[in-house]
Write a protein that binds this ligand. Structure first.
Ligand SMILES: Nc1nc2c(ncn2[C@@H]2O[C@H](COP(=O)(O)OP(=O)(O)OP(=O)(O)O)[C@@H](O)[C@H]2O)c(=O)[nH]1
Ligand SMILES: [Mg+2]
Ligand SMILES: [Zn+2]
Length: 271
């Protein structure tokens, strides 16, 4: 079972008689040597990909969550917290919006109910929202604000680098006055991509369609003639950092997918 599962119970003895079919399922590779798949959350409809407008802001990390959301088929919303701590909130929002056309990006001060109110439309009756994001970005703060309570522990980030202290250590579901459910997850340092080819293609759709115009179908976009990806970089329409991030994420996906297949085949994982 995963957090978010719906169960049928027998009222006579409260035994579980059935786990209902899941509309969506988040899972991850467990940290450590066994590296089994762990179920993280079921039946999530929307994910808030939470990142803060400070030195901890990292596009590759947001992209990784986006790939997961696309892979699983849940609606992603990038929520940028700590807008009150920056002089240039617009620059953070623009960087996030540049990750995918049409991406929903919200800017909030997670401590301020008025500001967090901009997230209400995703939190109504029947909605289950999961919060993803590294430690200290303000996930628990946001939930407290949306619930109008201070029940959930939060903790100041380290002054030196703005990183959090892994305050939330268990996954919990919280009921909102608006009717929906919010799922708080511990900061997932070990979050990795596995079998995520479809998610990668969805998030990097622009590069995938450029690559179709390369002269060679197996073009590596390095020194081949007639490379449409490199010419887009040269004429300034494609950010070279974006191609670099795609390469790193695709390499990670490939490594994990290969070791997953090896494990399925009964051999030792390659790491
Ligand atoms: N100024 C400001 N501070 C914020 C905001 N959001 C969160 N904080 C502060 O950031 C610190 C960390 O917030 P938490 O809510 O504990 O972060 P978290 O994402 O739940 O972290 P983990 O549980 O460790 O994963 C707390 O001191 C919050 O008060 C914001 O929008 N503005
Ligand atoms: Mg927390
Ligand atoms: Zn090419």
């Amino acid at each position: 079972m995963a957090v978010g599962d719906w169960l049928l119970l027998d009222p006579a003895n409260w035994q579980i008689t059935r786990i209902l079919d899941r509309a969506s399922l988040f899972k991850r590779r467990a940290p450590g040597s066994g590296r089994k798949l762990q179920l993280i959350a079921a039946n999530v409809g929307t994910v808030f990909i939470v990142a803060s407008c400070n030195e901890d802001f990292n596009l590759a990390r947001i992209e990784r969550y986006l790939i997961l959301a696309r892979e699983i088929g849940v609606h992603p919303v990038v929520v940028l917290t700590k807008q009150d701590l920056t002089d240039t909130p617009g620059a953070f929002a623009e960087a996030a919006r540049g990750l995918q056309p049409g991406l929903d990006v919200a800017m909030v001060d997670a401590r301020d109910p008025l500001s967090a109110g901009s997230l209400a439309r995703w939190c109504g009756v029947g909605e289950t929202v999961a919060l993803l994001g590294s430690s200290g970005v303000g996930k628990s703060t946001l939930i407290n604000t949306l619930r109008d309570s201070a029940d959930i522990a939060t903790q100041a980030v380290r002054a030196a680098d703005g990183k959090g202290r892994h305050t939330t250590t268990v996954r919990e579901m919280h009921r909102l006055a608006l009717g929906g459910w919010l799922l708080d997850t511990p900061g997932m340092r070990e979050l990795q991509l596995t079998d995520a080819a479809a998610g990668l293609a969805a998030v990097f759709e622009d590069i995938a369609s450029l690559a179709q115009r390369c002269r060679f179908s197996d073009c590596a976009h390095e020194s081949e003639p007639g490379c449409a990806v490199r010419s887009a970089i040269e004429d300034g329409t494609l950010d070279p950092d974006r191609l670099a991030r795609l390469r790193a994420l695709a390499a990670e996906d490939e490594l994990n997918t290969v070791s997953l297949e090896e494990r399925r085949a009964g051999s030792e994982p390659r790491r």
